[in-house]
Write a protein that binds this ligand. Structure first.
Ligand SMILES: [Ca+2]
Length: 229
């Protein structure tokens, strides 16, 4: 038998240890739960953005896609999933910002549209600012067919891509990206979840290092950690 003082001390240690163990377990469970939630968020975020590689304009004709700072701050798409676009295509794809103060950066990342003859494009991609057949964002005709890439920032909060091909020559088409630009976010600080491009466009940090030129000058894809594009 232990002396009373020692027994009391053991008992008191036992009594103290039990809640501590539960406390520790609770901390571990809380950590596991928060880790799971982080993993789930990461997974759903990457799911949103990896799916952008599967966006094809010929499957999205007449769609309207809303860009939202938290859920969908940008996207990218190709003209077609086929090796060449089809003749006689007449297709529009509209992007709108969730908030009217936001603007849209449009970037033609790659372009191979056949059937151009100097300033005349048989097939073309036109980008309208505001509404279909409104002001043209990519005004330079050379940027609407042929092989010149380009980037523009909208004046309104709506852009409409219009892809047209006639019945003659076809080619591989184009790859484009769009990104929300936040002109009202002062200095575009990273701690607000945004990224200041070299060309001063302010995009969501989520669009950095995902393999698509969202800034327009590709600065969001230039300094990336190993293993990322
Ligand atoms: Ca990007």
């Amino acid at each position: 038998m232990y002396p009373r003082s020692k027994a009391t001390s053991l008992k008191s240690r036992y009594n103290n240890d039990v809640p501590k163990n539960y406390e520790n377990m609770a901390v571990v469970v809380a950590l596991l739960l928060s880790l799971m939630s982080i993993l789930m968020v990461t997974e759903s975020t990457s799911a949103i953005f990896s799916s952008s590689d599967k966006n094809y304009m010929d499957k999205l004709c007449n769609s309207v896609i809303v860009l939202d700072g938290e859920k969908k701050p940008g996207s990218s798409f190709s003209s077609t999933s086929n090796s060449k676009y089809k003749p006689n295509t007449n297709c529009t794809l509209t992007f709108k910002t969730a908030q009217t103060t936001q603007r849209i950066i449009t970037t033609i990342e790659k372009i191979d549209i056949a059937d151009s003859n100097g300033a005349t494009c048989g097939d073309y991609i036109k980008i309208y600012d505001g509404k279909f057949q409104g002001p043209i964002l990519n005004k330079n005709l050379a940027e609407q067919c042929g092989s010149s890439t380009s980037s523009h920032v909208s004046i309104s909060n709506v852009v409409v891509f219009h892809f047209f091909s006639n019945g003659a020559k076809e080619a591989t088409g184009f790859k484009a990206s769009v990104a929300l630009h936040f002109p009202l976010v002062q200095a575009c600080p990273q701690d607000l979840g945004v990224y200041l491009c070299t060309n001063k466009n302010c995009i969501s940090k989520l669009l950095k290092c995902d393999g698509h030129n969202h800034c327009g000058d590709n600065s969001d894809e230039k300094i990336c950690s190993i293993g990322k594009k």
